[in-house]
Design a protein around this ligand. Structure first.
Ligand SMILES: [Ca+2]
Length: 120
């Protein structure tokens, strides 16, 4: 549980046995992934494996309200294998919550996934 886990550094939030942090830089997916790795905590763009993790990340997006930005890169991508999505941290893809109509590989040019929040 989050209460039992005490290993997150400052500015990171524990959800279950993982630590999450959001960053405001606007950048390409690959750069965002590399930037996460540079934190040296075996960190990657976030993988989302449960509704609890999704709701936490949604709350982060809502709280930011930065230039009305409610999108954030997550680790899901198919950069390596065409049209087979995988998490950049190696987690098995066992939880997804695609927006209606996604993934649609628009213009054959979409290899990476953004979390997106919209008010109901
Ligand atoms: Ca799309």
């Amino acid at each position: 549980s989050a209460a039992a886990y005490k290993g997150c550094p400052d500015h990171w939030t524990a959800i279950g046995d993982k630590c999450f942090r959001t960053f405001d830089e606007e950048t390409e997916w690959r750069e965002a992934e590399y930037s996460c790795r540079e934190h040296g905590l075996d960190s990657h763009l976030a993988s989302i494996n449960s509704l609890e993790e999704q709701e936490f990340l949604e709350a982060q997006l809502v709280n930011r309200e930065c230039n009305n930005q409610t999108d954030a890169w997550i680790g899901l991508n198919c950069e390596r294998r065409d049209r087979l999505f995988e998490w950049s941290n190696g987690d098995d893809v066992r939880y997804t919550n695609w927006a209606p109509g996604e993934p649609n590989h628009q213009n054959n040019g979409e290899n990476c996934v953004k979390a997106h929040y919209e008010e109901d």
